[in-house]
Each structure stands twice: as C-alpha cells, then as structure tokens.
Design a protein around this ligand. Sequence first.
Ligand SMILES: Cc1ncc(COP(=O)(O)O)c(C=O)c1O
Length: 408
Amino acid sequence: MASLRSDLAPDTLTVAAGRPPREHDAPVNAPIVLTTTYHETRAPQPGDRIYARGSNPTWDPFEEALGALEGAELPALVFSSGLGAAAAALSLVPGGGAVLMPRHAYAGSLGLAADLAAQGRFELRVVDVADTAAVLAELAALAGRFDAGQVMLWLESPTNPMLEVAELTVLTDAAHAAGAVVVADNTFNTPIVHRPLEAGVDVVLHSVTKWLAGHSDVVLGALVTSDAALRERLLAHRTLHGAIAGPFEVWLALRGLRTLALRMERSQGTALALAYRLAEHPAVRRVRYPGLPSDPGHERAASQFNGFGGIVSIELDDVATADALVAAVRLWLPATSLGGVESLVERRRRQPAEPLTVPEALVRLSVGIENPDDLWEDLDQALRRAAGGEVLPELTASRASREAGQLS
Ligand SMILES: Cc1ncc(COP(=O)(O)O)c(C=O)c1O
C-alpha cells in the first residue's frame, strides 16, 4: 500500500488511505483477491502469506485505512464479525483473570463474556460505566484481588442502547494504574466522532457491520491497537480460531468506509434534529441522546467527542405503544442492527438477551441518510398512531418547512 501522511484529517483518510501505490497504470482501487494459498518458491519466512487463513491481500487496504483512521501506529485486524473480534479481545485475559464490563454494553458482548465466565475462563463483573466513582471502586477492588495483567476493563461509550457516556481518559488511566488492559468498543462513535486510542485505550473494537461498512450488507469486525505485542496475540487468535473475513466482504467494507465521514455527518445532523423534536413530542416520555443539552451524558460527550453519533433512543409509555410505533412506521425499517444508510427502528427488549435494566418500552432509532423531514414525518405519524391519537393536520408542517428550506 502507498504510505500516507499521518496528520491528514479523518475525512481525508477515509478517502485516501488504503490505496495501491502510485505507479503508472496501477488501479486506484485495491483488487479482490480470491485465493486459498500462495506460490511457495522457497522456505517460508516471517511475513510470508503462505495460506489464506493467515493473510489475504484484500484485507490489507482496509486494515491500513482503519488503523490510520483510529490514529493507530499499526494496521487494524479485520475479523469475521464484531463478536469474532470481541472473542479475540477477551482472549487477552489470562485464565483465572477478571473482566469489568458496562452493564449496558452490547448484549452480545455481555453474553459472550458471561458464557466464558460460566466456563470458568475469568470472573465477570458489570458496572454502570457512566458512574465514574463506581468504576474506580470496582477497579480498585479487582486490583486488590488480581495481579497486574490479569484484569481487562471493557468500555463502550456511548453504550448500546442506553447511550451512557463514560469518562474514557479517567477510567483508562485508573485501569492502567491498576495493571489492567483496556478495550473500547467504538462501534457507535466511529473514528469520525472519537478515537479512543488517543485517550490511552489499548485496543479499539468495531462491529464493522455497522457505520464503517454502512450499507447493512456485510457482517465484519475489527480490532485496532498501537501495541505490537498485543497485535501479535490478536492476530494469532484470529488465525488459530479461524475468525477470518471473506475478501469480498472486506472489499465492500472499504468501499463503504470511503463515504463514512459524509454518512456520519448526515446521520448525526439528522439525529440531533430528530432528538430535539422528539423531546417535544407528547407521545415520547424520554429521549436519550448525548447531543441534547438536557442529556446526562451531554457535557462528557461534548468535551470528548467530535459529534454525538447517529443513534437516538426513546422511551414510550409502555410496551404496547412501543410495539405499535414499530408497526406503524412506513419509511423507517423495523429491524435490528444499526449504522446503515437506511433508518432502522427497534424495541430493544424484544431481543431476549437484552439486559433487563434496559427499559421495556425503549425504542432505538438508527438514523440513516434519508431526507430528514421525511424521517420526521414518518416518525411523527407513527408516534401519533401508536399513542392512539388521530393523524393530525400538523403532519404536513414538516413537508411545508422542507419546501421553505427550513430543515432543522
Ligand atoms: C456496539 C456493538 N458492538 C459489537 C457488536 C457485534 O458486532 P457483530 O454483529 O458484527 O458481530 C454489535 C452488534 O450489534 C454492537 O452493536
């Protein structure tokens, strides 16, 4: 791959990183390489590709681009899924160690950690990650019971779907002082909004499935670190456990990454506008979005992040109203997942694995890149129908404001 200046802005890196070298007649895009094996004309040497469970040239440009975007000194590692990446990250905890996780981390990450804990691999503790004092107390208690290198602090900020915001630098510093390794799931923010490695985090995790790939058509994961020894271990885990990505999926993810900055700008702009309107909506009991000044995570998000992301969670009066909302949308798609160009809506507790502390009537909105007024109009009519009211004449107001160029 061609090397790039590391001081380029993230939106430039999304486009420029991971390109083939500038040679006459070379393609501007990396090819998809479909092979299981490589010619061997001498004895294998370190760095040789050898076999495609260990290495595929199609992974390289994506890994280089994501590493550069996260501000890492090393290329990322792409995995078959976000949870495949999570399994590799958790493998860094030595047997008999401990993992401290947000109680509202992504349910799949919690489920995986709980499964490993049930098998006796490590002790799992969960904490309210927005409660800095509680996390510090847990870390101190673990430091008293475990040796340095035995504990992992798992961060997710904002959390999925409660959108709680952690004090990343404070928690990371405390974890390091306690001899813990720190992993941060940066799926919600993406490196456009925040780069956890700059806060001192050791390993960044992505469900590439979401915003990075951005089109709801590939399942992939990634880990990013600047620590060569950790990267070696994660790479060894990927190869030995076979959690590898298909070349076509990775090629699609790199293609999606090229527009990440534009998509995030659009999604988070619309998310903020919708959050303000939802906060005023009579059918909505509570809006969770760190971009709202009234949100408990607002100050932290404003000081740490370069934006507030494209996910908004709303709480309705009861489960029936929440289900009715999901059933009543016509433009928003009722589906799980998030981070694609299309807007999705889901009552999270429909998923049996969701933590019971997530309110039953909480609906997560993944804001896509459609026209913001169309999104609002659909949400508004669905909310009104869900709340049992008539479809009121004000429904036409947002279209009128769009025509007048007044989109908020
Ligand atoms: C925050 C977060 N992390 C990790 C994952 C797991 O990623 P994947 O579905 O690609 O395995 C998800 C999936 O929803 C997620 O939302």
